[in-house]
Design a protein around this ligand. Structure first.
Ligand code: AMP
Length: 139
């Protein structure tokens, strides 16, 4: 496996070098809005500890991370008034990973509504802020 790249986008967000729209943070985890959401309320949950994929993350990092994913998933579902939640986690390019810092996608789902395609277009910032506020209020 390639080494962890400390200049990946999420590492820069963690260092405060790039902005994010935050919904949750604790000592070990940061959760923020995906800027190209597959659905309104699409949130990313990342460990603060460097890990490229699920393979090189320490067990104690993973155990804290999945509990945070559950916490955020509950808030995403309730804050976005969703019917369900899709959780995705990709490893390496072959697995669909684009940003090489371990992360979980938490995506609210509504009955009969398909995920939006990956268009590469950034979402409206005000809409992301509004969704983040709804999720944060449900935490
Ligand atoms: P993947 O590595 O395929 O699991 O997905 C990376 C995700 O990060 C994609 O859904 C992107 O839309 C998202 N993304 C990329 N850059 C940023 C950023 N600066 N802030 C928030 N989300 C991002």
């Amino acid at each position: 496996m390639p080494a962890y790249d400390p200049d990946n986008i999420f590492a820069k967000i963690l260092r405060g070098e790039l902005p994010c729209i935050k919904v949750y943070e604790d000592a070990a985890v940061l959760a923020f809005m995906d800027i190209m959401p597959r659905a309104d309320g699409h949130t990313l949950v990342i460990p603060k500890a460097p890990a490229r994929t699920i393979e090189d993350a320490a067990p104690e990092v993973l155990s804290g991370l999945i509990v945070a994913v559950q916490k955020v998933a509950r808030a995403v579902k309730s804050g976005m008034k969703a019917d369900g939640i899709t959780i995705q986690q990709f490893n390496e390019s072959a697995g669909g990973q684009v940003v090489f810092h371990l992360h979980f996608h938490v995506i609210p789902r509504w009955d009969g509504v398909a995920l939006k395609p990956h268009t590469g277009a950034m979402a409206d910032k005000d809409a992301l802020i509004e969704h983040a506020a709804r999720i944060e209020a449900a935490l």
